[in-house]
Write a protein that binds this ligand. Structure first.
Ligand SMILES: *Cc1c(COP(=O)(O)O)cnc(C)c1O
Length: 366
């Protein structure tokens, strides 16, 4: 089976350095929020071209902490997309605010500005832009939009490590960027991990306090925080994996270029190609097909694993049926959910496997 993620086929050399990093931490005798975390925070801030980075437990917490650092509270509204990981919505709710979902654009799956415009009310405080599938687009327009409506722009970068827009890195454009280093993300650890990046010193300080019980110094709790500390083993492993990361990203982009070029099938639609090469890091390579479930089955029979991101839009989740939304509905989102299919595009995919996926997709007919 050609897998969506194939960690077991990662280079032996990478496994060796991860084992060495783990040993280094075990022998240091310090396991949570220490030198390894500080080192990786500096590396990640530098990679994202931000002044600060605060390591946290996971991507959900990075988002919740970002929202709370902006003093967004009960009764405040945050607009985002229903075509996302559930964590995006959950973070808004956990921060005590009210999520509002707007529709997406069919060509990219990203938030539609027109729809967001209809969702803005006097209670709206922020927009969470999800860089879905790894794509960063239109950031100048979004920044202008947020300035015009006096809204904070938060970037959900959980799928967009290393993506950039006109030389500006994902996470450095809004007031805060939230990353997840869950194993399957473009940069992933061997467990849960996350990070908040920002250019704002005050925000970074508040985030460091919130992740550790709201402590300002030991035993002094100036905020009602949470426990979302990053551990040393994950940080050490992420530091090692960061060295391989540019090469892995290039491979994802190469695979995507080949899929775009080689997949032609009259019943399959591609999403829009990126405007600039590095504005898309292909966390996922997604195609659309009106016979999606039959295609998924056909690929499975040809030994190609696929996933769906996402089959159930957030406003159709049982826990979210009353979610506030665009008054004109969310038709593009609902349509996308029935048509989208993600193909394997991880960095370990071989030339032969790539060819097999292309042939399998092209041979599908109804
Ligand atoms: C994975 C993901 C998250 C959540 O990250 P966790 O580390 O799993 O909490 C948030 N948003 C998006 C878009 C994601 O893909």
């Amino acid at each position: 089976m050609i897998l969506m993620n194939d960690f077991k086929s990662e280079p032996e050399k990478l496994r060796v350095v991860m084992l060495e990093a783990t040993r280094r931490v075990i022998e240091s005798g310090w396991y949570v929020l220490g030198q390894e975390v500080e080192k990786f925070e500096k590396q990640w801030a530098s990679f994202c071209k931000t002044r600060y980075a605060v390591g946290v437990g996971n991507g959900l917490d990075a988002l919740e902490i970002a929202i709370r650092c902006l003093y967004i509270d009960v009764g405040d509204e945050v607009i985002t997309t229903p075509m996302t990981a559930f964590a995006t919505i959950l973070a808004i709710m956990r921060a005590g605010a009210t999520p509002v979902v707007a529709d997406i654009e069919p060509e990219t799956g990203l938030l539609s500005m027109e729809s967001v415009e209809r969702c803005v009310t006097p209670r709206t405080k922020a927009i969470i832009l999800v860089h879905l599938y790894g794509q960063v687009r239109n950031m100048d327009a979004w920044q202008m939009f947020c300035r015009r409506h006096k809204l904070h722009l938060i970037e959900d970068c959980a799928q967009a490590h290393g993506a950039s827009w006109q030389g500006r890195m994902a996470g450095s454009i809004g007031v805060a960027g939230a990353f997840s280093f869950y194993p399957t993300k473009n940069l992933g650890g061997l467990g849960d991990a996350g990070m908040l990046v920002t250019q704002n010193e005050e925000l970074a300080q508040l985030a460091s306090s919130l992740r550790n019980y709201g402590q300002s110094e030991r035993y002094y709790h100036t905020e009602i925080g949470l426990n979302s500390r990053l551990d040393e083993i994950q940080a050490a492993i992420l530091s090692e994996r960061l060295k391989w990361f540019p090469e892995f990203t290039r491979r994802r982009q190469e695979i995507a270029r080949i899929y775009h070029k080689e997949i032609h099938n009259p019943i399959i639609t591609h999403l829009a190609e990126p405007d600039e090469y590095d504005s898309h890091v292909y966390h996922l390579f997604v195609i659309k097909c009106s016979q999606r479930d039959a295609l998924k089955n056909h690929l499975k029979n040809h030994q190609v694993q696929t996933h769906i991101h996402y089959p159930i839009p957030v406003h159709h989740q049982k826990s979210c049926l009353n979610l506030r939304r665009d008054s004109q509905g969310l038709l593009n989102t609902e349509h996308h959910a029935t048509q989208c299919l993600s193909l394997p595009c991880h960095p370990q995919l071989s030339e032969k496997q790539l060819e097999q996926v292309v042939d399998a997709v092209n041979s599908f007919h109804v």
